[in-house]
Design a protein around this ligand. Structure first.
Ligand code: PMV
Length: 326
C-alpha cells in the first residue's frame, strides 16, 4: 500500500501527496474539573463538531517552512518565529522528534474551536500541526508521541497543565484522567448529546485555579472533603458512561455543579444558564472547565435539544454548540 493509503488508514486525511491535511477535535470536561488539580480523577470527552485543521503544501526549494494562521493574520517563517510562538514550538518539536530539517513548505492552520474557552483549541491546533508536518515528511507519529509533544506546547499556554487536553484531543476518545498516571481512554455505552453554551465572559483558567487554591489554603479540610465528593461523582459517572445510563449521568452533573459552586467557581451567569437548561428539559447541567465564566454543558435527549438550546440563548448564552459523543 502506498503512503497515502497507509496514512488514510491511520486517520490522516490526505489529498494529493503534495498537500496534506490533518485535523483534531475540541474537548469539554464532563466531570471533575478543579478537583483534578488536587489528585482526583476527571473525565473529558472529544467534541468533533469543532475542529482544528493543518494543511501542508510543498513550496519552492530553499524557501524553508512558513507557518500561516489566516484567522490570526499570521504568516511567519519558522526561522524567524519567536521562540515561544506555539505554532513554531510544535513545528520544531515535531522536526526534532523526527530528526529532520525543516521542509520547503507552507503549513496553514485553521480552527473552528472557540479560543480561550476551555475547549482545547490550543491542543487541537498543535495536534493537527504535528500530524500534518510528520505526514508531509513521510512519517506517522503514534498517539502517545503526539500527545507528549502537544503537552510541551500546552505548558506555554497554561503553565502547569494537568495533561487532560492533549490526551482527549489526540486520542479523540473519552478519557479518565488522574494527574501523574497514564490516561485511560474508554468507550461509552450510549451516545451522549451535549449542548455547550458560552456565557461570553472570559475567564482565564489560571485565575479560577488560583481562587480555588486560596480557598483550599484557608480551609483545607472543607476543600479536601469537596474534592473527595467530586472524586466519588467521577467514579460513578465513569460506570454510568460505560453502561450507557444517561439519565443517571444528568443527576451527577447537577450534583457536580453544586459542588463547583461551593468551591466558588460558579457565577450568576453560569447558574442562570444551568437553571434555564434544566427548566427546558435537560437531564442535567453544570459548568465545564475553569468556571467563573466560560462554558456550561447540558445533557439532553434529542427531542428537547432545540428547545433547550433556545432557552440557553434566551438566558444569555452567546454561543451554543451541539455535539454527540459516540
Ligand atoms: O477550562 P479548561 O479546559 O482550561 O479547564 C480547566 C480545568 C481545571 O481543572 C480547572 C484546571 C486543570 O488544569 O485541569
Amino acid at each position: 500500500m502506498g503512503l497515502a493509503g497507509r496514512l488514510g488508514d491511520l486517520g490522516y486525511n490526505t489529498q494529493a501527496m503534495s498537500e496534506i491535511h490533518s485535523s483534531a477535535p475540541g474537548k469539554v470536561i464532563l466531570f471533575g474539573e478543579h478537583a483534578v488539580v488536587y489528585g482526583r480523577p476527571a473525565i473529558a470527552v472529544p467534541v468533533v463538531q469543532v475542529q482544528a485543521t493543518a494543511t501542508v503544501r510543498a513550496d519552492a526549494p530553499g524557501s524553508g517552512l512558513t507557518l500561516v494562521a489566516r484567522d490570526l493574520d499570521v504568516s511567519v517563517r519558522l526561522s524567524d518565529a519567536p521562540r515561544d510562538d506555539p505554532l513554531a514550538v510544535i513545528a520544531r518539536l515535531t522536526l526534532d522528534r523526527l530528526g529532520l530539517a525543516q521542509p520547503d513548505a507552507s503549513l496553514t492552520v485553521h480552527s473552528t474551536i472557540p479560543i480561550a474557552s476551555g475547549m482545547g483549541s490550543g491542543a487541537a491546533v498543535s495536534t493537527a500541526v504535528a500530524r500534518a508536518l510528520a505526514a508531509h515528511l513521510g512519517h506517522d507519529l503514534d498517539p502517545a508521541t503526539v500527545s507528549a509533544l502537544v503537552y510541551e506546547v500546552e505548558k506555554i499556554h497554561h503553565g502547569n497543565p494537568s495533561g487532560i487536553d492533549n490526551t482527549v484531543v489526540v486520542y479523540t476518545l473519552p478519557v479518565y484522567f488522574v494527574q501523574g498516571r497514564p490516561a485511560e481512554t474508554f468507550t461509552i455505552g450510549a451516545p451522549l448529546r451535549l449542548l455547550i453554551a458560552d456565557t461570553g465572559i472570559a475567564s482565564p483558567t489560571r485565575l479560577a485555579v488560583g481562587s480555588v487554591r486560596q480557598g483550599w489554603e484557608q480551609n483545607p479540610s472543607q476543600y479536601e472533603a469537596l474534592f473527595d465528593w467530586i472524586a466519588n461523582i467521577v467514579g460513578r459517572a465513569r460506570a454510568y458512561l460505560e453502561e450507557g445510563m444517561v439519565g443517571e449521568l444528568g443527576l451527577l452533573m447537577d450534583e457536580n455543579h453544586t459542588l463547583l459552586g461551593e468551591l466558588g467557581v460558579s457565577s450568576l451567569e453560569l447558574d442562570r444558564l444551568v437553571r434555564a437548561a434544566r427548566q427546558a428539559g435537560a437531564l442535567g447541567a453544570k459548568l465545564s472547565g475553569a468556571g467563573q465564566g466560560g462554558n456550561m454543558i447540558a445533557l439532553v435527549e434529542a427531542g428537547v435539544a432545540d428547545t433547550v438550546a433556545r432557552s440557553l440563548q434566551e438566558a444569555g448564552a452567546v454561543r451554543v454548540i451541539q455535539t454527540v459523543v459516540e
